[in-house]
Design a protein. Structure first.
Length: 467
């Protein structure tokens, strides 16, 4: 039960939990007295501070200060015009004042947000951004103009601010891949990599369209998977609570009246009363047994080994595990198809495709077995993939044919489309099967409760005149 609870937890929060990346600026002094300044991004202030400390020690610098980029609210005006308000992210109040003054404004006030919370934007917002960008690119609009349009129309505050910063950095001539990867905690590692790569490639439209297809497919699969697993689990959880409430509170109030008058109880009623007494007399022990294992598992699954175990276990769940496995292969093949340009440059596409699956076990097998075989032993793609142990026989067979005929890129696309069609069809059948099963379980539980209640209703005290 606890393991299934955390499977639900993992699947439900697979895409939702993500914290906005922190940007830090540090000032340091070199051994010759020269002052240098640098910036970096991290998932948290603590992690960024550790990175800065490591950089300082490596280059034998003396740290002077660390500043975190925050959001400031400002009020400005020009001459006798009505003051206007706005927001700006900066490392310090002075930085905002200098920038506004340089633009010719009179600064009335600049204040820092007391409580700043920037949750990651919903995946639907990111998908919309990528899809609209792909459509506008197909219409030959300049990329800078597309970014400006989307920044102005974007509703999500975090994504709006992120796109504004990316657009400004790209206009200054920054490397697109570096810029987008700086915001991977907002977009996700794979999406950030693909969008950064697109700006440098000669086929920007196709990469945006492929990224949109990938995001759309992944969102749909997880939505279907939630319907197949999480909704039934919630239903079962509520059912268990209802049964415990009945057995632990409602039923004893009636049954103990019979015990009080030394009335002999029927078998099911007596057995239910024993369970009720156990739950009531050991309520603390039962509560600890329910609460502690999930906490331990949660802590374990947060570790590297725990995540690896969970991701591997997900692939072995009866019925659903096969679907998850084939979907990972579909994602891998779709990303590989997008990035693959020839056998001479196959390692990087394979690595990125493995990371895009978002499954640590699948990724580990590719990176620790398949890629080393290709680099050190000169093995082919088929041989290396087979040795990794994470591809189905069908996938291996198709890759083998594609490698022999020189059509490995198209083979990957065919595999992705094949597994997409199969998983969509099978998942619908599984959802229907699970819904029927849950209905059967609820019916059986209700019948048992009805039988116990009916049996209790048949109990009657013996007549004092009957011996």
């Amino acid at each position: 039960m606890p393991v299934m609870v955390f499977i639900r937890y993992r699947l439900f929060f697979y895409l939702l939990v993500c914290i906005y990346m922190v940007e830090l600026k540090f000032n340091a002094i070199k051994t010759n007295g020269q002052t240098i300044t640098g910036t970096l991004s991290a998932d948290s202030y603590g992690e960024g501070k550790k990175k800065i400390q490591a950089l300082i020690e490596k280059n034998k610098l003396k740290l002077k200060s660390i500043e975190k980029k925050s959001t400031f609210i400002y009020k400005i005006r020009r001459g006798s015009e009505t003051p206007i308000k706005g927001e700006q992210r900066a490392f310090s109040k002075e930085e905002v004042v200098r920038a506004l003054t340089k633009l010719g404004y009179q600064v009335v006030s600049v204040n820092k947000y007391l409580f700043e919370w920037n949750p990651a934007p919903p995946q639907q917002e990111i998908l919309s951004f990528v899809k609209i960008s792909a459509e506008l690119l197909e219409q030959k609009l300049p990329y800078s103009e597309i970014m400006t349009l989307l920044v102005n129309d974007m509703g999500n505050k975090t994504l709006k601010e992120t796109l504004r910063q990316i657009n400004n950095e790209l206009k200054r001539g920054s490397d697109s891949e570096v810029v987008f990867m700086r915001y991977q905690s907002v977009f996700g590692k794979f999406t950030a990599y693909m969008l950064g790569l697109a700006a440098k490639s000669g086929n920007m439209t196709e990469i945006y369209k492929a990224t949109a297809k990938f995001l759309e497919r992944r969102m749909q699969f997880r939505k279907d998977l939630r319907s197949a697993l999480i909704t039934p689990m919630i239903t079962m959880f509520v059912l268990v609570l209802a049964v415990l409430f009945y057995v632990g509170y409602i039923f004893p109030e009636t049954a103990k009246l019979f015990v009080k008058f030394n009335i002999e109880l029927p078998p099911m009623t007596a057995f239910t009363l024993v369970i009720s007494d156990f739950l009531l007399n050991n309520s603390l022990l039962v509560a600890l047994a329910v609460v502690i294992p999930p906490i331990i598992l949660w802590r374990y699954f947060k570790t590297k080994n725990g995540k690896l175990f969970l991701d591997k276990f997900l692939l072995k769940i009866p019925i659903v595990g096969g679907l998850i496995h084939k979907t990972l292969i579909e994602v891998f093949c779709r990303v590989f198809y997008t990035l693959y340009s020839g056998s001479a440059e196959s390692i990087e596409p394979i690595r990125i495709a493995a990371e895009a699956t978002d499954n640590s076990y699948f990724e580990k097998q590719i990176k620790s077995i398949a890629i080393p075989m290709m680099i050190k032993k000169g093995a082919g793609i088929t041989e290396s993939f087979e040795a990794s142990g994470v591809f189905t026989d069908t996938a291996i067979s198709r890759f083998h044919s594609g490698e022999e005929t020189g059509t490995i890129k198209n083979t990957a696309l065919q595999l992705a489309n094949y597994y997409e069609s199969e998983t969509v069809f099978r998942l619908k059948n599984i959802i229907e099967l699970i819904q029927v099963t849950i209905a059967m379980v609820i019916m059986i539980v209700m019948i048992l409760l009805t039988l116990v209640s009916a049996e209790t209703a048949t109990v009657s005290p013996k007549s004092p005149f009957v011996k």
